[in-house]
Design a protein around this ligand. Sequence first.
Ligand SMILES: NC(=O)c1ccc[n+]([C@@H]2O[C@H](COP(=O)([O-])OP(=O)(O)OC[C@H]3O[C@@H](n4cnc5c(N)ncnc54)[C@H](O)[C@@H]3O)[C@@H](O)[C@H]2O)c1
Ligand SMILES: O=C(O)C[C@H](O)C(=O)O
Length: 317
Amino acid sequence: MAKVTILGATGNVGVFAAHTISEIPYVSDMLLVGRPGREDFLAGCCRDLSDSFAARGTDVRLSYSTAISDAEGSDVIISAAGMPRRPGQDRNDLAFENAKITADTAEIIGRCAPDALLFLVTNPVDAMTAVALKYSGFKPRQVFGLGTHLDSMRLKSLIARYFRVHVSEVHTRIIGEHGESMVPLWSATTIGGIRISNLPTFSGLPAQEMIDTVRTSGEAIIRGKGATVYGPGEAIATLVRTILGDENRILTVSSHITSEIHGIGDVCIGVPARINRNGVFPVPISLEGDEVAGFRESVAKIKKVTAEVMERLEEAR
Ligand SMILES: NC(=O)c1ccc[n+]([C@@H]2O[C@H](COP(=O)([O-])OP(=O)(O)OC[C@H]3O[C@@H](n4cnc5c(N)ncnc54)[C@H](O)[C@@H]3O)[C@@H](O)[C@H]2O)c1
Ligand SMILES: O=C(O)C[C@H](O)C(=O)O
């Protein structure tokens, strides 16, 4: 059985993630961590969630704290602490402010929960994964971000609707930045096990329109309802379930790569990774055609954002 801690638990994503994670059978303890001053809200969340556990028949020991160090003994620590973007902002506009929070948090986690897996949700998630990796002092397998998993799910849903098939029949991946430079892998997209480009209807697929929809999904949802919640919350739970169930699923998360993809490396970026109880292990893959150049571009962009953030952090600390 496992202890899961959620940082930023008073936020939109944190609260719903607590609900989705509580449904995972391996979770025995869940700790919600918020900022000092938010005790009443945290206590309210715990009572409300406990009621839902009773109604559902879930048996999770739930507690809250304003001290990150109480994450001690956690198997998985999820960080959704930090500013969300407002309409019109790019995720990268949040980089420095959220990096300060992430660096401080990661240092504490590195000391109090050295064996945990640290899962970043805070945006811009690729740069935040790199910051958390550096300041926690963890091994690369222990630190990962939600990356392009949610983007991949968004594309999967659009493809399933276009072909009028159940989502479980569609396998697809978006790699690279969780942001503008994301790269769809049509070469790795199958429907009912058949490569999408081998289907007669492929030529009519509005591929560019689909990718544009995925790229702008977050912003469109934030404009409409203030925050993306259900998509990220379920995506977070999928990853936590994969880890705690030692499932060895290959999901697309932000992970530190060295040379797994066309020799490109030294960056935290969305890539397919095998995920189990020991953490996250990028899978070496070959890309096709435009995908290579697209991935290189995405890597260059993330490296630049990450380097700028690291430099400013060094100066500020
Ligand atoms: N990677 C993804 O796919 C994805 C999806 C959704 C949201 N996000 C990101 O997750 C983060 C949270 O989003 P949200 O909608 O829940 O935001 P929110 O404003 O509702 O919640 C933010 C949380 O962070 C905490 N926080 C804010 N400043 C802090 C500080 N200085 N120190 C400690 N904690 C602090 C708040 O108390 C709150 O719990 C944002 O960065 C958002 O962009 C990422
Ligand atoms: O778009 C955002 O800022 C939130 C998140 O990254 C998302 O894609 O839902």
